[in-house]
Design a protein around this ligand. Structure first.
Ligand SMILES: *[C@@H]1O[C@H](CO)[C@@H](O)[C@H](O)[C@H]1NC(C)=O
Ligand SMILES: *[C@@H]1O[C@H](CO)[C@@H](O)[C@H](O)[C@H]1NC(C)=O
Ligand SMILES: *[C@@H]1O[C@H](CO)[C@@H](O)[C@H](O)[C@H]1NC(C)=O
Length: 451
């Protein structure tokens, strides 16, 4: 065949399919970083995302799922074996690959998966991003977080922003992807990338929140009733539900990442109750790409049809602070248990434990701030927010050491306590040496019971 005909053919094909990047494989890494039935929504988000990539024609071998997997068959689940991400939603659990579950959901495995390093994997399916230079990668993370960190199911484990950024730089240096898109739902998720993610990595990021605000759960049954049995369970998160419900109904062959960002930002900003600011980081040129560049497998391009028809307007979402969602659940459990029953007193004890752990952290940090910087200035120094474009902390090893020292003296921060990561960062930024933190934290916490 004449070579020019061949080239003409390819050009015609790529124009007709409106698709510019025929080469390469699409990959997805989906991470739910929490466990516990009160965190139902994160695993529901991740399962929903799986269904989007699956429908887009990505193969299971190219979709890597991290989830603790303690929801579907939890004794609290009113529909065993089923997970929903919307009050009217269908099961999203079906078919989800169990690559990394239970203890295998951890930061070391996540880094090894991203870097494609099979020998570093412990447990799990061993599936990693075995990507080549033309491949596209989509990473989606849904969980609790705090300034500079994303949670993992184990209390002792977190993804520190600096470690994730380092992994991404290493991935870039190995020249094993063309473009990468990262969506993150977590409190203070902007702090993972702000002032840290270099633009040259060909990575585009969008986060549920800016560096200094919460992100929000939704479908919590408080305003619009959830189905029976889900009364006090948040089924999704505002940012997550917004991007996924958008992906469910839009045409991925024409909608761009920028258009999706605008629609998600708007739906998140107009959520009832409270709202967060959806942010963008990294190389924003990628936002011109169509969603299909990431959500639709190459062999499905063209054959991928959308039956959504006339898109309905997205219903208003009701937002619940991620840090309050578990209280709703624990309070609901008390309320629903029969008065005077053992079940009720157990539920009450659980609720009291959660509340007293929070109080203990709040009081300890306030007392440490006062001891370090004085009564007047203590809290304002701890809460100081650096201007946009500046990383949370200069010395990340100091931050890790501060947190470790605090936890040794005062007990684990746990999910709620991660909101004080900025306080520890600011003690580092103020030049407080670790031994001083150890001294003060010992004084403050030795008299108290560790929780
Ligand atoms: C499409 O993706 C498959 C893997 O899913 C890959 O093997 C193949 O090379 C890709 N095709 C093209 C034309 O890039
Ligand atoms: C993969 O992980 C192993 C074990 O942690 C490590 O020794 C090795 O250097 C890593 N390989 C690469 C290419 O990073
Ligand atoms: C951003 O991405 C575009 C498109 O992939 C690329 O041409 C440009 O060089 C990138 N910018 C930087 C600063 O790397």
């Amino acid at each position: 065949m004449n070579i020019s005909y061949l080239i003409l053919g390819i050009v015609a094909w790529s124009q007709s399919s409106n698709y510019s990047e025929a080469e390469g494989t699409k990959w997805a890494v989906l991470v739910a970083g929490s466990k516990g039935y009160w965190n139902y929504r994160h695993q529901a988000d991740i399962c929903h995302a799986y269904q989007i990539f699956k429908r887009g024609g990505l193969k299971d071998e190219n979709i890597i799922v991290f989830m603790y997997d303690d929801i579907a068959y939890n004794k609290e689940n009113p529909r065993p074996g089923v997970i929903i991400n919307n009050p009217k939603g269908k099961d999203v659990y079906r078919g989800v690959p169990k690559d990394y579950t239970g203890e295998a959901v951890n930061s070391e495995n996540l880094y090894a998966v991203i870097l494609g390093n099979k020998t570093a994997i412990k447990g799990g399916s061993g599936k990693v991003l075995e990507t080549g230079p033309n491949d596209h990668i989509f990473i989606y993370y849904a969980d609790h977080g705090g300034p500079g960190v994303l949670g993992m199911p184990s209390e002792q484990d977190s993804v520190y922003a600096i470690d994730l950024i380092y992994v991404l730089m290493k991935k870039h240096a190995s020249m094993s992807y063309k473009k990468m898109v990262i969506y993150v739902e977590a409190c203070e998720s902007g702090s993972i990338f702000d002032g840290l993610l270099p633009k040259i990595l060909d990575i585009y990021v969008t986060t549920a929140a800016n560096p200094h605000e919460s992100s929000f759960g939704t479908y919590c049954g408080d305003v619009i009733p959830n189905p029976k049995g889900y009364e006090d369970t948040c089924l999704g998160d505002v940012f997550s539900v917004s991007w996924m419900e958008d992906s469910d109904k839009c045409d991925p062959m024409t909608e761009t990442l920028e258009q999706q960002y605008i629609s998600v930002k708007h739906r998140t900003a107009t959520a009832k109750g409270e709202s967060s600011h959806v942010m963008q980081y990294g190389n924003l040129s990628l936002t011109k790409d169509i969603l299909a560049d990431y959500l639709v497998g190459n062999s499905s391009i063209g054959s991928h049809t959308y039956t959504a028809g006339q898109p309905e307007p997205s219903p208003l979402l009701f937002a619940v602070d991620q840090r309050e969602a578990d209280l709703i659940y624990f309070k609901g459990k008390v309320r629903r248990a029969p008065e005077g029953s053992d079940e009720r007193s157990e539920a009450q004890k659980e609720l009291d434990r959660v509340i007293s752990q929070r109080k203990h952290v709040d009081q300890s940090i306030a007392a440490i701030g006062e001891a370090l910087f004085g009564e007047e200035k203590g809290l304002s120094i701890l809460n100081l927010v650096r201007p946009a474009g500046h990383a949370l902390v200069d010395d990340w090893d100091c931050l890790k050491a501060m947190v470790k020292t605090y936890e040794e003296c005062c007990g684990p921060l746990k999910t709620y306590g991660k909101k004080y990561m900025r306080a520890f960062a600011n003690t580092c930024n103020a030049g407080v040496p670790i031994h001083r933190m150890a001294e003060i934290a010992t004084q403050v916490c030795s008299s108290k019971k560790l929780i």
